[in-house]
Design a protein. Sequence first.
Lengths: 324, 221
Amino acid sequence: MKPGSLSAILTLIASISVSASAQESPQATAAVGTTPETAEVAATPAPGPASTEKPPPSVAAPTVLPAQQTAVHADSDLQSPAQLSTRFSAYTLPAQQWGISAGALGVGDGDVFAVLAVTYGLGAGVQLNMNLAHAGVGMLNIGAGWHFIDTRYFDLGLKSGFWYGHGEWFWIADPLAKKILAKIDVVKVPIELTASSMPTRWLELDLAFQYNWAKLFGAAADEESLFTKGQIGMVQVFMRPGARFFISDNTALELFVKLPFYTAVPVGERNPTLPFKDTWWFEGGLRSRLAHGLYGNIRLNYAAISDVLYGARLYPAFEIEVRP
Amino acid sequence: MFRPSLSFGSVAAVALLLATPPAHAESGAQQNALATPALPRPTQLSLRGFDLLATVGWGAHTSTLGDLELAPYGASFGVDLGYSWKSGFRLGGYFFHSLGRSLPQHRDPRLGRSFDYTAEASSSNGGLSLGWGVPLYCFVLRYKLSLGVTAMQWAFHTASPAELGFGDDSSPSLGFHLAPGVALLWPYGKFEGGLGFEYLAQIKDTIPSGFIGTLVVGVRL
Protein backbone atom coordinates (compact mmCIF):
# COMPACT_ATOMS: atom_id res chain seq x y z
CA MET A 1 0.00 0.00 0.00
CA LYS A 2 1.31 3.39 -0.93
CA PRO A 3 1.75 6.00 1.81
CA GLY A 4 -0.72 8.20 -0.02
CA SER A 5 -3.36 5.50 0.20
CA LEU A 6 -2.89 5.22 3.95
CA SER A 7 -3.37 8.95 4.19
CA ALA A 8 -6.50 8.70 2.13
CA ILE A 9 -7.92 6.00 4.41
CA LEU A 10 -7.22 8.17 7.43
CA THR A 11 -9.00 11.00 5.66
CA LEU A 12 -11.89 8.70 4.89
CA ILE A 13 -12.21 7.61 8.53
CA ALA A 14 -12.16 11.23 9.63
CA SER A 15 -14.83 12.05 7.05
CA ILE A 16 -17.05 9.18 8.21
CA SER A 17 -16.68 10.38 11.78
CA VAL A 18 -17.66 13.90 10.82
CA SER A 19 -20.52 12.63 8.69
CA ALA A 20 -21.89 10.38 11.40
CA SER A 21 -21.72 13.08 14.04
CA ALA A 22 -23.40 15.50 11.69
CA GLN A 23 -26.20 13.04 11.04
CA GLU A 24 -26.68 12.27 14.68
CA SER A 25 -26.58 15.84 15.86
CA PRO A 26 -29.97 17.51 15.75
CA GLN A 27 -28.28 20.87 15.58
CA ALA A 28 -26.37 19.85 12.47
CA THR A 29 -29.52 18.52 10.87
CA ALA A 30 -31.53 21.53 11.76
CA ALA A 31 -28.76 23.76 10.60
CA VAL A 32 -29.36 22.97 6.97
CA GLY A 33 -30.25 26.22 5.38
CA THR A 34 -30.42 28.08 8.64
CA THR A 35 -26.83 28.36 9.74
CA PRO A 36 -24.74 27.40 6.75
CA GLU A 37 -21.54 28.34 8.48
CA THR A 38 -21.90 25.57 11.05
CA ALA A 39 -23.42 22.79 9.05
CA GLU A 40 -20.54 21.08 7.32
CA VAL A 41 -21.02 17.54 6.21
CA ALA A 42 -18.84 15.05 4.44
CA ALA A 43 -19.08 14.36 0.78
CA THR A 44 -20.25 11.21 -0.89
CA PRO A 45 -20.47 10.56 -4.60
CA ALA A 46 -23.29 12.12 -6.51
CA PRO A 47 -25.17 10.34 -9.23
CA GLY A 48 -24.18 11.39 -12.70
CA PRO A 49 -21.04 11.65 -14.74
CA ALA A 50 -19.39 14.42 -12.78
CA SER A 51 -19.00 12.37 -9.64
CA THR A 52 -18.03 9.14 -11.34
CA GLU A 53 -15.31 10.66 -13.43
CA LYS A 54 -13.87 12.86 -10.72
CA PRO A 55 -14.21 11.61 -7.17
CA PRO A 56 -14.59 14.24 -4.47
CA PRO A 57 -11.26 15.52 -3.23
CA SER A 58 -12.21 14.70 0.34
CA VAL A 59 -12.12 11.01 -0.52
CA ALA A 60 -9.36 10.78 -3.04
CA ALA A 61 -6.94 13.27 -1.54
CA PRO A 62 -3.59 11.56 -1.19
CA THR A 63 -2.56 13.59 1.84
CA VAL A 64 -4.07 13.87 5.30
CA LEU A 65 -6.28 16.90 5.58
CA PRO A 66 -8.25 18.16 8.56
CA ALA A 67 -11.76 16.80 8.49
CA GLN A 68 -13.10 20.34 8.32
CA GLN A 69 -11.20 20.92 5.12
CA THR A 70 -12.61 17.78 3.53
CA ALA A 71 -16.13 18.75 4.36
CA VAL A 72 -18.10 20.68 1.82
CA HIS A 73 -20.74 23.31 2.19
CA ALA A 74 -23.44 21.11 0.69
CA ASP A 75 -26.04 23.13 2.56
CA SER A 76 -24.96 26.39 1.01
CA ASP A 77 -25.76 25.74 -2.61
CA LEU A 78 -28.90 26.51 -4.54
CA GLN A 79 -30.09 22.90 -4.33
CA SER A 80 -30.35 22.94 -0.55
CA PRO A 81 -33.94 22.99 0.80
CA ALA A 82 -33.72 26.49 2.17
CA GLN A 83 -32.42 27.88 -1.12
CA LEU A 84 -34.37 25.90 -3.71
CA SER A 85 -36.45 27.92 -6.07
CA THR A 86 -40.13 27.29 -5.44
CA ARG A 87 -41.08 29.04 -8.68
CA PHE A 88 -42.20 26.45 -11.25
CA SER A 89 -40.94 23.56 -9.11
CA ALA A 90 -42.49 20.96 -6.82
CA TYR A 91 -40.66 22.38 -3.82
CA THR A 92 -42.04 24.56 -1.08
CA LEU A 93 -40.41 26.63 1.62
CA PRO A 94 -39.21 24.81 4.74
CA ALA A 95 -41.22 25.11 7.93
CA GLN A 96 -41.35 28.58 9.49
CA GLN A 97 -39.48 30.08 6.55
CA TRP A 98 -40.64 33.41 5.15
CA GLY A 99 -39.99 34.43 1.58
CA ILE A 100 -40.55 37.93 0.25
CA SER A 101 -40.24 38.56 -3.48
CA ALA A 102 -40.33 41.81 -5.39
CA GLY A 103 -40.09 42.11 -9.12
CA ALA A 104 -41.61 43.47 -12.27
CA LEU A 105 -42.36 42.91 -15.94
CA GLY A 106 -43.28 39.24 -15.60
CA VAL A 107 -45.61 37.45 -17.98
CA GLY A 108 -46.56 34.33 -16.02
CA ASP A 109 -49.98 34.78 -14.46
CA GLY A 110 -48.57 34.72 -10.94
CA ASP A 111 -46.10 37.48 -11.67
CA VAL A 112 -47.70 39.40 -14.51
CA PHE A 113 -46.86 43.14 -14.38
CA ALA A 114 -45.42 43.15 -10.87
CA VAL A 115 -44.63 40.91 -7.94
CA LEU A 116 -44.59 41.73 -4.27
CA ALA A 117 -45.22 38.29 -2.90
CA VAL A 118 -45.11 37.00 0.63
CA THR A 119 -44.71 33.27 1.13
CA TYR A 120 -44.59 31.29 4.36
CA GLY A 121 -43.67 27.66 4.92
CA LEU A 122 -46.08 26.04 7.36
CA GLY A 123 -44.24 22.75 7.57
CA ALA A 124 -45.10 19.30 6.27
CA GLY A 125 -44.32 20.60 2.80
CA VAL A 126 -47.10 23.18 2.86
CA GLN A 127 -46.69 26.85 2.02
CA LEU A 128 -49.03 29.81 1.63
CA ASN A 129 -48.41 32.81 -0.58
CA MET A 130 -50.01 36.06 -1.63
CA ASN A 131 -49.02 38.59 -4.27
CA LEU A 132 -49.56 41.95 -2.61
CA ALA A 133 -48.70 43.80 -5.81
CA HIS A 134 -51.69 42.29 -7.54
CA ALA A 135 -53.85 42.92 -4.50
CA GLY A 136 -52.77 46.54 -4.65
CA VAL A 137 -54.25 46.95 -8.11
CA GLY A 138 -57.52 45.18 -7.41
CA MET A 139 -56.60 41.56 -7.99
CA LEU A 140 -56.76 39.43 -4.85
CA ASN A 141 -54.43 36.53 -5.31
CA ILE A 142 -53.72 33.87 -2.70
CA GLY A 143 -52.13 30.51 -3.22
CA ALA A 144 -51.01 27.38 -1.46
CA GLY A 145 -48.50 24.68 -2.28
CA TRP A 146 -48.02 21.18 -0.96
CA HIS A 147 -44.81 19.26 -1.61
CA PHE A 148 -46.24 15.83 -0.91
CA ILE A 149 -43.81 13.40 -2.50
CA ASP A 150 -40.29 14.04 -1.34
CA THR A 151 -37.67 11.51 -2.31
CA ARG A 152 -34.03 11.51 -3.27
CA TYR A 153 -34.59 11.66 -7.01
CA PHE A 154 -38.24 12.52 -7.50
CA ASP A 155 -40.54 15.12 -5.99
CA LEU A 156 -44.13 15.98 -6.60
CA GLY A 157 -45.96 19.11 -5.60
CA LEU A 158 -49.44 20.49 -5.90
CA LYS A 159 -50.14 24.18 -6.11
CA SER A 160 -53.43 25.97 -6.24
CA GLY A 161 -54.90 29.34 -5.53
CA PHE A 162 -57.80 31.67 -5.73
CA TRP A 163 -57.91 34.87 -7.73
CA TYR A 164 -60.57 37.51 -7.66
CA GLY A 165 -60.32 40.61 -9.78
CA HIS A 166 -62.77 43.47 -9.53
CA GLY A 167 -62.43 45.77 -12.50
CA GLU A 168 -63.43 48.87 -10.60
CA TRP A 169 -60.43 48.44 -8.32
CA PHE A 170 -58.05 48.14 -11.28
CA TRP A 171 -56.77 51.69 -10.95
CA ILE A 172 -53.56 51.02 -12.89
CA ALA A 173 -55.42 50.68 -16.21
CA ASP A 174 -55.71 53.66 -18.54
CA PRO A 175 -59.07 55.50 -18.40
CA LEU A 176 -60.60 53.72 -21.40
CA ALA A 177 -59.57 50.27 -20.23
CA LYS A 178 -60.71 51.12 -16.72
CA LYS A 179 -64.12 52.11 -18.03
CA ILE A 180 -64.47 48.71 -19.69
CA LEU A 181 -62.99 46.79 -16.78
CA ALA A 182 -65.19 48.55 -14.25
CA LYS A 183 -68.05 46.27 -15.20
CA ILE A 184 -66.06 43.05 -15.11
CA ASP A 185 -65.27 40.65 -12.29
CA VAL A 186 -62.99 37.69 -12.79
CA VAL A 187 -62.57 34.56 -10.69
CA LYS A 188 -59.80 32.10 -11.36
CA VAL A 189 -58.66 28.89 -9.71
CA PRO A 190 -55.39 27.43 -11.00
CA ILE A 191 -54.47 23.85 -10.12
CA GLU A 192 -50.94 22.75 -10.86
CA LEU A 193 -49.18 19.43 -10.44
CA THR A 194 -45.42 19.67 -10.74
CA ALA A 195 -42.80 16.95 -10.82
CA SER A 196 -39.21 17.86 -10.04
CA SER A 197 -36.11 15.75 -10.17
CA MET A 198 -32.45 16.35 -9.45
CA PRO A 199 -30.63 13.55 -11.24
CA THR A 200 -27.24 15.17 -10.68
CA ARG A 201 -25.70 17.96 -8.65
CA TRP A 202 -25.89 20.31 -11.60
CA LEU A 203 -29.31 19.61 -13.04
CA GLU A 204 -32.92 19.93 -11.98
CA LEU A 205 -35.76 18.92 -14.27
CA ASP A 206 -39.29 20.20 -13.76
CA LEU A 207 -42.51 19.28 -15.48
CA ALA A 208 -45.80 20.93 -14.59
CA PHE A 209 -49.35 20.31 -15.71
CA GLN A 210 -51.76 23.10 -14.95
CA TYR A 211 -55.47 23.64 -15.33
CA ASN A 212 -56.86 27.11 -14.89
CA TRP A 213 -60.56 27.44 -14.25
CA ALA A 214 -61.74 30.97 -14.82
CA LYS A 215 -64.97 32.86 -15.14
CA LEU A 216 -65.62 36.40 -16.22
CA PHE A 217 -68.71 38.12 -14.86
CA GLY A 218 -70.13 41.41 -15.96
CA ALA A 219 -72.18 43.24 -18.50
CA ALA A 220 -69.31 44.22 -20.76
CA ALA A 221 -67.09 41.17 -20.48
CA ASP A 222 -65.32 40.60 -23.75
CA GLU A 223 -62.27 38.87 -25.08
CA GLU A 224 -60.39 42.15 -25.50
CA SER A 225 -60.31 43.04 -21.82
CA LEU A 226 -57.04 43.36 -19.96
CA PHE A 227 -57.95 40.38 -17.80
CA THR A 228 -58.07 38.14 -20.84
CA LYS A 229 -55.19 39.80 -22.66
CA GLY A 230 -53.04 39.17 -19.62
CA GLN A 231 -54.22 35.54 -19.60
CA ILE A 232 -55.46 36.16 -16.06
CA GLY A 233 -59.04 35.34 -16.88
CA MET A 234 -58.65 32.42 -19.25
CA VAL A 235 -59.56 28.77 -19.05
CA GLN A 236 -56.36 27.01 -19.92
CA VAL A 237 -54.71 23.62 -19.84
CA PHE A 238 -50.97 23.54 -20.36
CA MET A 239 -47.75 21.77 -19.57
CA ARG A 240 -44.55 23.51 -18.62
CA PRO A 241 -41.32 21.56 -18.94
CA GLY A 242 -38.16 23.18 -17.69
CA ALA A 243 -34.59 22.65 -16.62
CA ARG A 244 -32.22 24.35 -14.21
CA PHE A 245 -28.50 24.04 -14.69
CA PHE A 246 -26.57 24.74 -11.50
CA ILE A 247 -23.44 26.23 -12.99
CA SER A 248 -21.92 26.98 -9.58
CA ASP A 249 -22.99 26.73 -5.96
CA ASN A 250 -24.62 30.15 -6.19
CA THR A 251 -25.92 30.47 -9.74
CA ALA A 252 -28.36 28.55 -11.90
CA LEU A 253 -29.43 28.91 -15.50
CA GLU A 254 -33.16 28.32 -15.83
CA LEU A 255 -35.08 27.45 -19.01
CA PHE A 256 -38.83 26.94 -19.22
CA VAL A 257 -41.41 26.71 -21.94
CA LYS A 258 -45.19 26.90 -21.56
CA LEU A 259 -47.09 24.68 -23.96
CA PRO A 260 -50.86 25.20 -23.79
CA PHE A 261 -53.17 22.49 -25.12
CA TYR A 262 -56.34 24.53 -24.74
CA THR A 263 -57.00 28.18 -24.09
CA ALA A 264 -60.42 29.76 -24.04
CA VAL A 265 -61.93 33.05 -22.97
CA PRO A 266 -64.83 32.29 -20.63
CA VAL A 267 -67.29 34.81 -22.03
CA GLY A 268 -70.94 33.86 -21.72
CA GLU A 269 -71.76 30.68 -23.59
CA ARG A 270 -69.31 31.18 -26.45
CA ASN A 271 -65.93 30.51 -24.90
CA PRO A 272 -63.86 31.44 -27.96
CA THR A 273 -60.53 29.63 -28.08
CA LEU A 274 -57.12 31.10 -28.69
CA PRO A 275 -54.54 29.45 -30.94
CA PHE A 276 -51.31 27.95 -29.60
CA LYS A 277 -49.19 30.60 -31.31
CA ASP A 278 -50.80 33.29 -29.17
CA THR A 279 -50.44 31.52 -25.84
CA TRP A 280 -47.11 29.68 -25.69
CA TRP A 281 -44.05 31.27 -24.19
CA PHE A 282 -40.40 30.59 -23.55
CA GLU A 283 -38.23 32.00 -20.83
CA GLY A 284 -34.56 31.79 -20.06
CA GLY A 285 -33.05 33.27 -16.96
CA LEU A 286 -30.41 33.31 -14.29
CA ARG A 287 -30.93 32.93 -10.56
CA SER A 288 -28.15 33.67 -8.12
CA ARG A 289 -27.68 33.86 -4.41
CA LEU A 290 -26.50 37.44 -4.03
CA ALA A 291 -25.89 37.16 -0.30
CA HIS A 292 -27.07 35.01 2.57
CA GLY A 293 -30.86 34.87 2.26
CA LEU A 294 -30.95 37.17 -0.78
CA TYR A 295 -31.57 35.92 -4.32
CA GLY A 296 -31.66 37.70 -7.65
CA ASN A 297 -33.41 36.50 -10.76
CA ILE A 298 -33.38 37.96 -14.25
CA ARG A 299 -35.26 36.44 -17.14
CA LEU A 300 -35.94 37.04 -20.81
CA ASN A 301 -39.35 35.99 -22.05
CA TYR A 302 -40.36 35.42 -25.62
CA ALA A 303 -44.13 35.31 -25.91
CA ALA A 304 -47.11 36.75 -27.70
CA ILE A 305 -48.46 37.78 -24.32
CA SER A 306 -45.38 40.01 -23.84
CA ASP A 307 -46.40 41.79 -27.00
CA VAL A 308 -49.87 42.33 -25.58
CA LEU A 309 -48.70 43.43 -22.15
CA TYR A 310 -45.56 45.37 -22.96
CA GLY A 311 -45.49 45.90 -26.73
CA ALA A 312 -42.61 43.54 -27.54
CA ARG A 313 -42.41 39.77 -27.93
CA LEU A 314 -39.01 39.66 -26.29
CA TYR A 315 -39.12 41.23 -22.86
CA PRO A 316 -37.19 41.02 -19.59
CA ALA A 317 -38.41 40.34 -16.10
CA PHE A 318 -36.55 40.59 -12.82
CA GLU A 319 -37.11 39.59 -9.24
CA ILE A 320 -35.40 39.87 -5.88
CA GLU A 321 -36.22 37.37 -3.17
CA VAL A 322 -35.42 37.64 0.52
CA ARG A 323 -35.56 34.62 2.79
CA PRO A 324 -34.76 36.00 6.23
CA MET B 1 -21.28 8.35 -21.06
CA PHE B 2 -21.27 6.66 -17.64
CA ARG B 3 -18.07 4.64 -17.16
CA PRO B 4 -17.62 2.85 -13.83
CA SER B 5 -14.17 3.17 -12.37
CA LEU B 6 -12.52 1.02 -9.71
CA SER B 7 -10.02 3.63 -8.63
CA PHE B 8 -9.30 3.97 -4.94
CA GLY B 9 -11.26 7.18 -4.84
CA SER B 10 -14.40 5.50 -6.17
CA VAL B 11 -14.11 2.56 -3.75
CA ALA B 12 -13.56 4.93 -0.87
CA ALA B 13 -16.49 7.02 -1.97
CA VAL B 14 -18.78 3.98 -2.04
CA ALA B 15 -17.50 2.94 1.40
CA LEU B 16 -18.26 6.40 2.68
CA LEU B 17 -21.73 6.28 1.20
CA LEU B 18 -22.45 2.92 2.82
CA ALA B 19 -21.02 4.01 6.14
CA THR B 20 -23.15 7.13 6.29
CA PRO B 21 -26.25 6.53 8.41
CA PRO B 22 -29.57 7.24 6.71
CA ALA B 23 -30.82 10.76 7.28
CA HIS B 24 -34.21 9.98 8.71
CA ALA B 25 -35.09 13.48 9.69
CA GLU B 26 -34.32 15.17 6.41
CA SER B 27 -36.60 15.57 3.48
CA GLY B 28 -35.55 14.20 0.12
CA ALA B 29 -34.23 17.55 -0.91
CA GLN B 30 -32.24 17.78 2.29
CA GLN B 31 -30.87 14.31 1.67
CA ASN B 32 -29.95 15.47 -1.78
CA ALA B 33 -27.99 18.33 -0.35
CA LEU B 34 -26.39 16.26 2.40
CA ALA B 35 -25.56 13.10 0.54
CA THR B 36 -23.84 14.54 -2.48
CA PRO B 37 -20.90 16.83 -2.84
CA ALA B 38 -21.58 20.46 -3.43
CA LEU B 39 -20.73 22.17 -6.66
CA PRO B 40 -17.33 23.82 -6.76
CA ARG B 41 -17.25 26.93 -4.66
CA PRO B 42 -16.04 29.98 -6.51
CA THR B 43 -12.71 31.44 -5.67
CA GLN B 44 -12.84 34.53 -3.51
CA LEU B 45 -12.74 37.62 -5.64
CA SER B 46 -12.37 41.08 -4.29
CA LEU B 47 -15.41 42.98 -5.43
CA ARG B 48 -14.86 46.19 -3.49
CA GLY B 49 -13.78 49.37 -5.21
CA PHE B 50 -14.47 51.73 -8.06
CA ASP B 51 -14.57 50.59 -11.62
CA LEU B 52 -14.65 52.63 -14.78
CA LEU B 53 -15.78 50.76 -17.84
CA ALA B 54 -15.98 51.65 -21.51
CA THR B 55 -18.84 49.96 -23.29
CA VAL B 56 -19.31 49.18 -26.94
CA GLY B 57 -22.15 47.16 -28.31
CA TRP B 58 -24.96 46.63 -30.71
CA GLY B 59 -28.61 47.16 -30.03
CA ALA B 60 -31.82 46.19 -31.76
CA HIS B 61 -35.30 47.53 -31.21
CA THR B 62 -37.82 44.94 -30.09
CA SER B 63 -41.02 46.86 -30.62
CA THR B 64 -42.66 49.00 -33.23
CA LEU B 65 -45.04 51.93 -32.99
CA GLY B 66 -47.92 50.47 -34.91
CA ASP B 67 -46.79 50.34 -38.53
CA LEU B 68 -43.91 52.70 -37.87
CA GLU B 69 -40.54 51.11 -37.25
CA LEU B 70 -37.81 53.09 -35.55
CA ALA B 71 -34.30 51.81 -34.91
CA PRO B 72 -32.71 54.13 -32.33
CA TYR B 73 -30.10 51.66 -31.10
CA GLY B 74 -27.63 49.91 -33.44
CA ALA B 75 -23.95 50.57 -32.75
CA SER B 76 -23.58 51.91 -29.23
CA PHE B 77 -20.73 53.20 -27.11
CA GLY B 78 -20.48 54.75 -23.69
CA VAL B 79 -19.12 54.67 -20.16
CA ASP B 80 -20.16 53.06 -16.90
CA LEU B 81 -18.76 54.18 -13.54
CA GLY B 82 -19.60 52.56 -10.25
CA TYR B 83 -18.54 51.60 -6.76
CA SER B 84 -18.89 48.08 -5.46
CA TRP B 85 -19.06 47.20 -1.79
CA LYS B 86 -17.53 44.05 -0.36
CA SER B 87 -20.93 42.33 -0.41
CA GLY B 88 -21.07 42.75 -4.17
CA PHE B 89 -23.63 45.54 -4.18
CA ARG B 90 -22.77 48.20 -6.74
CA LEU B 91 -24.07 51.68 -7.27
CA GLY B 92 -23.23 53.22 -10.60
CA GLY B 93 -24.00 55.65 -13.33
CA TYR B 94 -23.90 55.19 -17.06
CA PHE B 95 -24.18 57.00 -20.31
CA PHE B 96 -24.15 55.62 -23.82
CA HIS B 97 -24.99 56.86 -27.24
CA SER B 98 -26.51 54.69 -29.92
CA LEU B 99 -26.01 55.70 -33.54
CA GLY B 100 -29.24 54.09 -34.62
CA ARG B 101 -30.18 53.30 -38.18
CA SER B 102 -32.25 54.64 -41.05
CA LEU B 103 -35.09 52.42 -42.13
CA PRO B 104 -36.75 52.95 -45.51
CA GLN B 105 -40.46 52.15 -45.23
CA HIS B 106 -43.67 52.29 -47.19
CA ARG B 107 -47.04 53.50 -46.01
CA ASP B 108 -50.30 52.71 -47.75
CA PRO B 109 -53.00 54.58 -45.83
CA ARG B 110 -56.69 53.82 -46.23
CA LEU B 111 -57.26 57.39 -47.28
CA GLY B 112 -54.91 59.29 -49.53
CA ARG B 113 -51.91 58.33 -51.60
CA SER B 114 -49.34 55.74 -50.62
CA PHE B 115 -45.81 56.99 -50.06
CA ASP B 116 -42.28 55.95 -49.22
CA TYR B 117 -40.30 57.48 -46.40
CA THR B 118 -37.20 56.91 -44.33
CA ALA B 119 -37.34 56.84 -40.55
CA GLU B 120 -34.06 57.90 -39.03
CA ALA B 121 -33.41 57.58 -35.30
CA SER B 122 -30.60 57.56 -32.78
CA SER B 123 -30.60 57.77 -29.02
CA SER B 124 -28.66 58.90 -25.98
CA ASN B 125 -29.22 57.11 -22.69
CA GLY B 126 -28.04 57.82 -19.19
CA GLY B 127 -28.99 57.13 -15.62
CA LEU B 128 -28.22 55.35 -12.39
CA SER B 129 -27.80 51.64 -11.94
CA LEU B 130 -28.05 49.24 -9.05
CA GLY B 131 -26.00 46.11 -9.39
CA TRP B 132 -24.84 43.05 -7.56
CA GLY B 133 -21.72 41.08 -8.40
CA VAL B 134 -21.72 37.35 -7.79
CA PRO B 135 -18.43 35.41 -7.94
CA LEU B 136 -18.61 32.73 -10.61
CA TYR B 137 -15.34 30.81 -10.73
CA CYS B 138 -12.79 33.36 -11.96
CA PHE B 139 -15.54 35.66 -13.26
CA VAL B 140 -18.00 38.04 -11.70
CA LEU B 141 -21.61 37.74 -12.78
CA ARG B 142 -23.06 41.20 -12.36
CA TYR B 143 -26.80 41.71 -12.22
CA LYS B 144 -27.90 45.24 -13.06
CA LEU B 145 -31.06 47.24 -12.88
CA SER B 146 -30.79 50.68 -14.42
CA LEU B 147 -33.20 53.54 -14.26
CA GLY B 148 -32.56 56.39 -16.62
CA VAL B 149 -33.61 58.70 -19.37
CA THR B 150 -33.58 58.17 -23.12
CA ALA B 151 -33.40 61.03 -25.57
CA MET B 152 -34.33 59.73 -29.01
CA GLN B 153 -33.49 61.92 -31.96
CA TRP B 154 -35.61 61.18 -34.98
CA ALA B 155 -36.45 62.45 -38.43
CA PHE B 156 -38.89 61.28 -41.11
CA HIS B 157 -37.67 62.28 -44.51
CA THR B 158 -40.43 62.99 -47.02
CA ALA B 159 -43.19 62.47 -44.46
CA SER B 160 -44.61 64.38 -41.55
CA PRO B 161 -44.99 62.87 -38.06
CA ALA B 162 -48.73 63.43 -38.22
CA GLU B 163 -48.97 61.33 -41.41
CA LEU B 164 -47.23 58.49 -39.63
CA GLY B 165 -49.37 58.71 -36.52
CA PHE B 166 -46.42 59.82 -34.45
CA GLY B 167 -48.45 62.46 -32.67
CA ASP B 168 -47.28 65.93 -31.88
CA ASP B 169 -44.02 64.92 -30.25
CA SER B 170 -40.92 66.76 -31.36
CA SER B 171 -37.37 65.50 -31.70
CA PRO B 172 -35.75 64.55 -29.42
CA SER B 173 -38.36 62.48 -27.63
CA LEU B 174 -37.59 62.15 -23.95
CA GLY B 175 -38.68 59.23 -21.80
CA PHE B 176 -37.70 57.12 -18.85
CA HIS B 177 -36.43 53.60 -19.20
CA LEU B 178 -35.98 50.64 -16.89
CA ALA B 179 -33.13 48.40 -17.94
CA PRO B 180 -32.43 45.04 -16.33
CA GLY B 181 -29.23 43.42 -17.50
CA VAL B 182 -26.44 40.99 -16.78
CA ALA B 183 -22.72 41.08 -17.47
CA LEU B 184 -20.10 38.40 -17.10
CA LEU B 185 -16.88 40.15 -16.15
CA TRP B 186 -13.35 38.92 -15.86
CA PRO B 187 -11.36 40.87 -13.27
CA TYR B 188 -7.65 40.58 -13.81
CA GLY B 189 -5.63 42.78 -11.51
CA LYS B 190 -6.70 46.32 -12.20
CA PHE B 191 -8.16 45.30 -15.54
CA GLU B 192 -11.76 44.25 -16.01
CA GLY B 193 -13.52 43.14 -19.16
CA GLY B 194 -16.44 41.07 -20.24
CA LEU B 195 -19.71 40.66 -22.08
CA GLY B 196 -23.23 41.53 -21.13
CA PHE B 197 -26.62 42.67 -22.21
CA GLU B 198 -29.20 45.19 -21.19
CA TYR B 199 -32.82 45.41 -22.09
CA LEU B 200 -34.13 48.95 -22.26
CA ALA B 201 -37.79 48.74 -21.37
CA GLN B 202 -39.06 52.14 -22.46
CA ILE B 203 -41.86 53.76 -20.51
CA LYS B 204 -42.81 56.25 -23.22
CA ASP B 205 -44.94 54.83 -26.02
CA THR B 206 -43.13 56.64 -28.83
CA ILE B 207 -39.69 55.24 -27.95
CA PRO B 208 -39.24 51.58 -28.88
CA SER B 209 -37.76 49.21 -26.32
CA GLY B 210 -34.51 47.54 -27.24
CA PHE B 211 -32.01 44.83 -26.48
CA ILE B 212 -28.34 45.81 -26.36
CA GLY B 213 -25.43 43.41 -26.26
CA THR B 214 -22.27 44.99 -24.89
CA LEU B 215 -18.56 44.41 -24.63
CA VAL B 216 -17.09 46.16 -21.60
CA VAL B 217 -13.46 46.96 -20.91
CA GLY B 218 -12.14 49.03 -18.06
CA VAL B 219 -10.13 49.46 -14.92
CA ARG B 220 -10.71 48.80 -11.23
CA LEU B 221 -9.46 51.46 -8.89
